[in-house]
Design a protein around this ligand. Structure first.
Ligand code: NAD
Length: 434
């Protein structure tokens, strides 16, 4: 082999120094370098393509999946220290709760409330851009001030979830991460499958094998009532006629919850929230963008049901929803399985969390006009067939009986608090604000 001059063995012959041999030597080095790079490149490509390397369980095909899984960066001693400190329980008999969707509207409020009473809280959120991510970052800053760390990652990332459960024996999971919004489902259906179905299954897979298994409280939605016309909506009413893909994925979540409860003994409580509103709310919701558009002098669409019928919502103030979430967590029984095996029957529940007093959307606008002291430019339009239902109305007697759920904030009072927050956060847009 002509590469003997690179050997450590003493040369039998004098080293050849002809220019021809020197060039051959350079040529071999170049060849070796080229093939080394090719080899390394192939290894790299293999790891990027491999599903186990990206840690995704099932839906690596969608762009959204790839984007949200790749953006997560986690691990290392500093990160682990933050995780442990955030999840540390500071009260007797306190819980350690993993809150998914912690940078979201409901997640932020629930996390703060849990932390305030001494529970250990760890957040998880992928900070997606369904709506302005800077609002999620501001909520994150708010949580940081309360000592709550939000791990940046996706609920589909099973390696990340496994790591979190290795570090913390969570007693509870408050699962609020989801793709919300009814109309957006026509634009980006796969994001609903990704978060509300694949992500939920992935989370349950991790919970079922965790030791101890946590109890899980998760957000379903009033939208599961779909085309149901019986009012007020009771948990016993039919929920097999969803009017949007969002509703269908929440309904699927309820069935999936049943399966994991049945096979693995996971304690599961689904909460059907009814149009939640309040400070730090979601910009895609009507009360929020009505406020913005009224201040801007932009026309706002007021939907009208068939035959000039009124569109009404059972608007529920965020503090009442938080009380309901805490009540559900406090009354959640332990999961009964261990090591992925069921050891006995476990609790399975579903509750409405609403306000029990539907308000026509035109009245909501009237309240906003008075609070903002600006006349709205109303544009009455037929309710489009894109997933919205004409009215919602919760029967909350089950939640009242089980954990004393009693909403106390009426729309006027709640909107006053929302508008105060909105103006302090965004200003009124008037010159005096700038
Ligand atoms: N706000 C309401 O009126 C209402 C009504 C009914 C049900 N819900 C449900 O309540 C829960 C909370 O709603 P919200 O209003 O706070 O919504 P939100 O969009 O403000 O919060 C959801 C959070 O989950 C995160 N998220 C989404 N997909 C994720 C994923 N795959 N991995 C990690 N994080 C992910 C988002 O970044 C977001 O911060 C949701 O499940 C929603 O469907 C809300």
């Amino acid at each position: 082999m002509p590469l003997s001059h690179l050997d450590n063995t003493p040369p039998k012959f004098k080293p050849e120094k002809s220019p021809y041999n020197h060039n051959r030597f350079k040529w071999h080095i170049a060849k070796l370098t080229f093939w080394s790079f090719m080899f390394l490149g192939l290894i790299l490509v293999f790891f990027i393509q491999s599903p186990s390397a990206t840690s995704s369980s099932s839906s690596t095909s969608s762009d959204l999946t790839r984007r949200s899984l790749k953006t997560s960066s986690w691990g290392g001693p500093v990160w682990e220290k933050r995780v442990k400190s955030s999840a540390r329980i500071r009260s007797r008999n306190g819980f350690s709760v993993l809150v998914t969707g912690a940078a979201g509207f409901v997640g932020t409020h629930v996390s703060v409330a849990l932390k305030r009473r001494g529970d250990g809280v760890l957040g998880l959120d992928n900070f997606n851009d369904y709506y302005d991510p800077s609002l999620k970052r501001s909520r994150q800053a708010l949580l940081e001030r309360s000592g709550i760390f939000i791990v940046e990652g996706d609920i589909n990332d099973d390696a990340l979830l496994k790591k979190l459960f290795e570090l913390i024996p969570f007693t509870h999971v408050m699962h609020l991460a989801a793709q919300a919004g009814v109309r957006y489902a026509m634009e980006n259906p796969s994001s609903y499958v990704h978060s509300n179905i694949a992500g939920f299954v992935n989370l349950l897979e991790i919970c079922k094998t965790a030791n101890p298994q946590p109890a899980i409280v998760w957000a379903s939605s009033s939208s599961v009532y779909g085309l149901n016309t019986k009012s007020p909506f009771s948990e016993k009413d039919r929920t097999d006629q969803p009017a949007s893909l969002y509703a269908a994925t929440k309904k699927a979540g309820e069935e999936i919850a049943h399966t994991y409860n049945h096979i693995y003994g996971l304690s599961l409580t689904g909460l059907r929230f009814f149009t939640v509103y309040g400070p730090w709310g979601r910009p895609d919701m009507a009360y929020f963008f009505f406020t913005r558009d009224i201040l801007k002098g932009k026309a706002i669409p007021i939907f009208e049901a068939a035959n000039h019928g009124t569109v009404a919502r059972d608007f529920t103030y965020i503090d009442d929803i938080v009380k309901g979430c805490l009540g559900a967590l406090d009354t959640a029984e332990k999961s009964t399985g261990s090591g992925g095996k069921k050891r006995g029957p476990a609790q399975l529940r579903v509750f409405n969390l609403g306000n029990t007093s539907p308000v026509p959307v035109s009245d909501l606008v009237g309240i906003l006009e008075r609070l903002l002291k600006v006349k709205a430019r109303r544009m009455v339009t037929k309710l489009p067939r894109n997933g919205d239902v004409p009215f919602t109305h919760a029967n909350i007697s089950l939640a009242r009986r089980e954990f004393g759920y009693r909403p106390t904030t009426d729309l006027q009072t709640g909107l006053k608090k929302f508008v105060r927050w909105y103006v302090s956060y965004y200003g009124t847009g008037k010159k005096s604000d700038q």
